[in-house]
Design a protein around this ligand. Sequence first.
Ligand SMILES: [Zn+2]
Ligand SMILES: [Zn+2]
Length: 137
Amino acid sequence: MKIIVNQVPAEGLYLEEEIDPAELDLETDLIKSRSNLKIKAQVYRITNALTVKLNIRASLGADCSRCLEEFGWEFNKDAQLSFPLDSDITFIDLNPSIREEVILDYPIKPLCKITCKGLCVKCGKNKNEGGCNCAIT
Ligand SMILES: [Zn+2]
Ligand SMILES: [Zn+2]
């Protein structure tokens, strides 16, 4: 998502765009995307700066850190950014900032649910799917 500086009117500019996660280089071992990112941006120009109110939505996937199953979750974040302007700057590329906002909020230890029981340390069975015989002692 790019903002052409001299196309931002005094009353501000509203932009909506869908971005392929591949364009943001967001597909990593950790981060899984299940949809395009839906970006809404309200842009204001204030003398020597551009203020951008962002809303980022996406369906993401993650591997549960306890049971290792992949699960999906809805990312939805508001962020406010500010970019200083000078006469050399003709456009602002928001993609690096969008990427950063997603990575910042990505859980380090994702859980499919708070009550996830994880895997049995003895037999490796997913305990969310029922007990295993190891539990009976
Ligand atoms: Zn889990
Ligand atoms: Zn077991």
